[in-house]
Write a protein that binds this ligand. Sequence first.
Ligand SMILES: [Zn+2]
Length: 358
Amino acid sequence: MKAKTAKGPKLEYPFSAPKPGALQRVADGVHWLRMPLPMALDHINLYLLEDGDGWTIVDTGLGDSTTEGLWDDVIEKHLGGRPITRVLCTHMHPDHTGMAGWLCRRSGAPLWMSRLEYTTARMLVADVAPAPDDAIEFYRAAGWDEDQLERYKQRFGLFGKAVRRLPDSFRRIEDRDDIVIGGRTWRVIVGSGHSPEHVCLWQPELKLFISGDQVLPRISSIVAVWPTEPAADPLNDWLSSCWRLMAAIPDDVFVLPSHNEPFRGLHARLEHLIDGHAKKLERLERAIAKPTRVVDMFSAMFAREIGAGDLSMATGETLAHLNYLVRRGRASYAVDSTGVARFTRESAAADPGEILEM
Ligand SMILES: [Zn+2]
């Protein structure tokens, strides 16, 4: 669940990717495992941490038969007969939690997650058709036509189809927790904006940072508004998290992300991500000189054409930037008699540079 390639600063990538289902050692006791995804972003990185007599698994892959087959292989051939003793998910998206229930049931290991990620995942797997009226109203307000709304209705409930039944209970992880894995202490750093309470893990002696989707090197994570909370301001959460990570985590860590390849250059990457959003806000403010529908702003937001499959992501991301502007008095909107919203910039808008001073 990510978007867009972004040109960025020069980052260092010391390892090339292992084949799906193969392990690549990236540090003492830390192994990189790739699983395939059946979409444009065609993989997710999982990390397997040697943990005394067992293994801690960080993220699990999509809940489908391909991933299940690869996990069968990994468990049989690559874990040295040692059991999985803990399954930890950085956040709730299906490529991260899809196989968590399957792995926990098979191994007897507990699921470790933050509370908001676990409860949100449980909420989303319970979403089954028909699509709720609030969601239809939300996308109609953005300017979707009847065909687009119909497609949404027909596809509603996909989240649950990509996630194997989650464990009925979990072990809660909180920001600043210390988790001992393989005799080393990993500090939990929580971020937000891409998902509600995303867990990152920092190991200072090994200088490792498991970033999940909170920091990716070559693509930018989706920061979007969804129909359950139309007035949400996830971009503010996201930018605050970027600043917070920059303050909390040293620049010399080796970053283990959930997509692309492990890299060095954390702070430069975070600065580039922050800057990218500032530029989008500026472009959006220019695009809404006159009242404009969300669907008519995509060319200001994205470098590529938005197809049917990208529509909810593009709408959500555009709204994340618009809500950020509205909350700061830099834009406003009005809804017409057909339920469609049009956004307009406020002429006395603050300098777009304010974002850099948060
Ligand atoms: Zn994600």
